[in-house]
Design a protein around this ligand. Structure first.
Ligand code: AMP
Ligand code: MG
Length: 421
């Protein structure tokens, strides 16, 4: 149920809009409205960390020729001559005209093509050179020894990287290896970020009475940057209707996602909530969640553009980013891995539960027996950004009357790797 801008809000629709929803229900509402971004072709030079928009099929065998894996001598394996005459040197990068037969050999380097007639390479360490001939100190030379056959790394036609692969160091190297350049990747999501609140001051400026510094803009932009978004920094808007309306109208015309922070709670100047609700072509889908922190998250759309009205408290805005915006961005990109991994962890101390599902900043480590154990980072107020620092997980604490006790197992949404010991 959504607030439909063209009909007068009736009490039932309002109740439904303000119904507290479980996070999974909210997630399903968002997922339904996500559009996959179009593909674009980019040079490999600029493709690191982008998401592949098409399967990458090997257009050729790799290696393209049988190659030596050692510096040594190319021989015919069954040749039992006591020594062999060296008839040439085969370096990497060209092909010499030489044929290896009984009694002859070619000096060969790592990565060089195997000369005609040869079917093994004897490493230089197992040989002794005497003027123009070489003595092999190796009893048994196996056919195929120290040779990488054609296509032994990748076969032509193999699916080497499926759609949705993130091009990290190995993946982009493999694309280069296959000669694929440019490469087809999803366009970067265009996201704008706006902090709202009369109290906000840019870092570096002196604080007036009652003012605080805008931190959300920086943390949200950093989080979006890590997901490869093209970000428009919009700065701070005062709690004034016209400023907010103008901003939304302008950004929604060009961006895939608009993220605001602040102005969605129950205060008289919480105008983001009011504007989203009042603007005729914006549709609000939900605005209250059984979530701690993050109860007043507003989700709205205009056409294909998504609007996330995040609560202003720094921890609330980052937690709601993790739970809702990051998976949204990754689905838009078509990334194979959308969600952070959730793993069971054993609590190292008691944890009080709330009446909403709670995401607590947590420290997950591997104990002496190799099991994952977790503790929270202390007081969990949603204004305490310091308690996010040094954490690597959000501990998922479902609602319950009694506290969770040390030794109980809960789920941890891993934001980074577990700490050692
Ligand atoms: P609001 O959601 O507007 O009611 O704000 C909730 C709390 O978060 C208030 O204490 C605000 O001062 C604070 N806050 C709002 N926006 C920001 C921001 N961009 N950076 C840091 N704190 C903020
Ligand atoms: Mg505010």
């Amino acid at each position: 149920m959504t607030h439909s801008p063209n009909s007068a809000p009736d009490p039932h629709a309002m109740r439904e809009l303000d119904r507290m929803r479980p996070p999974e229900e909210a997630r399903a509402i968002i997922d339904d409205r996500i559009r996959r971004l179009p593909a674009e072709s980019v040079s490999l030079d600029a493709a690191a960390w982008r998401v592949l928009a098409a399967d990458l099929i090997a257009p050729e065998d790799h290696p393209p020729f049988a190659a030596s894996t050692m510096d040594g001598y190319a021989v015919f394996a069954d040749d039992s001559s006591p020594w062999r005459e060296v008839i040439g040197v085969q370096n990497a990068g060209n092909v010499i005209d030489a044929e290896v037969t009984d009694g002859y050999t070619v000096r060969i380097m790592t990565g060089a093509p195997i000369p005609r007639g040869a079917n093994a390479v004897v490493p230089v360490e197992a040989t002794e050179l005497a003027e123009d001939h070489v003595v092999i100190h190796q009893e048994d030379v196996q056919s195929g020894a120290n040779i990488r056959p054609v296509g032994s790394d990748v076969r032509k036609g193999d699916l080497v990287l499926p759609t949705g692969t993130v091009l990290g160091p190995a993946e982009i190297g493999l694309a280069a290896n296959m000669g694929v350049n440019p490469v087809s990747v999803s366009r970067r999501p265009r996201v704008s970020v706006l902090s709202t609140g009369d109290e906000l001051v840019e870092p570096g400026q002196p604080l007036g009475p009652g003012q605080i510094r805008d931190s959300n803009r920086f943390s949200l932009c950093a989080a979006l940057q890590a997901e490869g978004c093209e970000i428009t920094f919009a700065g701070q808007a005062p709690d004034q209707r016209t400023d907010l309306e103008a901003f939304l109208d302008e950004r929604l015309a060009s961006d895939d996602i608009v993220v605001t922070s602040g102005g969605v709670s129950m205060g008289e100047l919480d105008l983001v909530k009011a504007i989203l609700f009042d603007t005729p072509d914006i549709e609000v889908h939900f605005r209250r969640l059984y979530l701690k922190p993050g109860k007043p998250l507003n989700f709205a759309t205009r056409g294909d553009s998504l609007i996330f009205g995040l609560p202003g408290n720094p921890v609330s805005s980052l937690v709601t980013f993790e739970v809702f915006i990051r998976p949204t961005v990754r689905q838009m990109l078509g990334a194979r891995e959308v969600d952070r991994p959730r793993v069971p962890v054993v609590l190292q101390h008691d944890v009080r539960a709330s009446d909403r599902i709670e995401f607590q900043r947590g420290i997950v480590s591997v104990n002496g027996e190799g099991h994952l154990v977790a503790r929270n980072s202390g007081a969990q107020q949603s204004s305490r950004l310091a308690s996010f620092v040094g954490t690597n997980a959000l501990l998922v604490i479902p609602p319950r009357e009694s506290p969770y006790v040390g030794g109980e197992t809960v789920q941890a949404m891993m934001l980074g790797a577990p700490f050692a010991g």
